[in-house]
Design a protein around this ligand. Structure first.
Ligand code: HEM
Length: 416
């Protein structure tokens, strides 16, 4: 993530260029201050305007039930009627996520999803669990010797980075390059709205990562292994021919989908525990509660604040009739704090009942890596709780990651 700097103030120029009649109502996700504590603003927005038209002509859907309605039953597409994405930079062509499973609808989506599921499933989770435990153990041993660690740089980044590279069969010496390219590619989901300078970095990263993966696919074709790229090739060949570039994009997409998001889950979850010592104490009393901690962490501070859909038919939500072709931003961070769904939603409460939240999405595109992410978080949270005492945040400002997801860039803590 180092070396990537976004200047979101330039986003104002994009707003002017888009010129929509909408209003951020004080909650502009491109404002750097938004990251510090967005929830009071988000709560006020949900109350004031549950279905809110933004200045970039997207509709923010803020209520939990409305988000579920869109995910489960509305007629939607991932792309605009012209085939382009509502969020991607149209010049970001090579290695573009347009070909990724997430951006496909209907039968094509089902076929690609099925192909990926054959290679990314509970078997993968079981196969990776031992090395995740080892990675967390290694991190904790060093941290105990040092009397502290940076939760993000030393733990939350290392676990998914090593795991995703292991799954793909990417050698250790290429991992740092991947961390950098992956962090840059994460910006692709909303690249259309980003400053020109970032768009250029994004396009270059797309070229570099596509070059690497297309070569990797060609290499694996000659000698299949038990990595995910080989599995994808086998799976794709069962389904008929998929061009190697499209195959490479699925692998790239899986890496990007599984990296920054998991940093968010581990980082935001650890932070919530550390900043709520009563809940950390409850967790320490009985670490078999870890799945409840994960669910509450995902709800309380979701790694992805919103995802998009395009309406292919008009949709009535509350008092508003949204037209066909409207671009929706499903505001999961808001849905997860909706008091109509969750009691006392501002409280981080690991004993919460009825905690099904929307952080992994829902419906046809429900996250394919959720079990993998949960497994990584399970070991990270448990070892942190069991092996440390007197966890304290090192004074200093949190620097937020420049990506559009809700991920801290650092979170140094000390302990005994
Ligand atoms: C805490 C970590 C994660 C979060 C919060 C998360 C969140 C999400 C969300 C919200 C979606 C749905 C997007 C939409 O409907 O528009 C999604 C889809 C997806 N995720 Fe995850 N994800 C996480 C980890 C992972 C991991 C570890 C992987 C793989 C290694 C992964 C792979 C995918 C894939 C392939 C899709 C597309 C599924 C489809 O389009 O059918 N995710 N994720």
């Amino acid at each position: 993530m180092d070396g990537v700097k976004l200047d979101y103030t330039m986003f104002d120029e994009n707003i002017a260029a888009n010129g929509g009649p909408g209003d951020w109502l004080g909650v502009n996700p491109f404002d750097p201050n938004y990251r510090v504590n967005p929830y009071p603003g988000i709560n006020a927005l949900r109350e004031a305007d549950p279905v809110n038209l933004t200045p970039v002509n997207t509709w923010r859907i803020n209520r939990f039930d409305d988000i579920q309605t869109v995910l489960r039953s509305a007629k939607t597409s991932q792309t605009l009627a012209n085939g382009l994405s509502p969020g991607f930079d149209p010049l970001d062509k090579r290695g573009s996520f347009l070909e990724f499973v997430l951006n496909k609808d209907g039968e094509e989506h089902a076929r690609l999803r099925q192909m990926i599921v054959r290679s990314l499933n509970m078997k993968t989770v079981r196969a990776m669990e031992g090395s995740v435990i080892e990675t967390v153990d290694e991190v904790m041993k060093k941290a105990l010797a040092d009397g502290g660690l940076d939760i993000i740089k030393d733990l939350a980044m290392v676990v998914p980075s090593r795991m995703v590279c292991a799954i793909m069969g990417i050698p250790e010496e290429d991992r740092e390059m991947f961390d950098r390219l992956t962090a840059l590619r994460t910006n692709g989901f909303f690249g259309r709205f980003l400053p020109l300078e970032v768009q250029q970095q994004l396009r270059q990263a797309g070229i570099d990562i596509a070059d690497y993966f297309e070569k990797l696919v060609a290499k694996r074709r000659k000698s299949l292994g038990d990595d995910l790229v080989s599995q994808l090739i086998i799976s794709a060949d069962q389904d008929g021919i998929i061009p190697d570039e499209q195959l490479a994009v699925q692998a790239i997409g899986v890496i990007v989908a599984g990296f920054e998001t998991t940093i968010g889950l581990i980082g935001n979850g650890c932070r919530a525990l550390i900043e709520h010592p009563d809940q950390l104490a409850l967790f320490r009393e009985d670490t078999s509660r870890v799945n409840a901690v994960i669910d509450e962490g995902l709800r309380y501070d979701a790694p992805i604040h919103f995802i998009w859909r395009v309406l292919t038919e008009p949709l009535q939500l509350g008092e508003k009739l949204l037209p066909k072709d409207a671009v929706l931003w499903l505001h999961m961070a808001s849905g997860n704090h909706d008091p109509l769904r969750f009691d006392d939603p501002e409280k981080f409460n690991i004993q919460r009942e009825r905690n099904t939240n929307v952080s992994f999405g829902g419906g046809a595109h429900f996250c394919l890596g959720n079990q993998l992410a949960r497994m990584e978080a399970r070991h990270s949270f448990t070892q942190l709780a069991e092996r440390t005492k007197n966890l304290k945040i090192n004074p200093g400002e949190i620097v937020w990651s420049p990506s559009f997801f809700r991920v801290m860039g650092n979170y140094p803590v000390t302990f005994s």
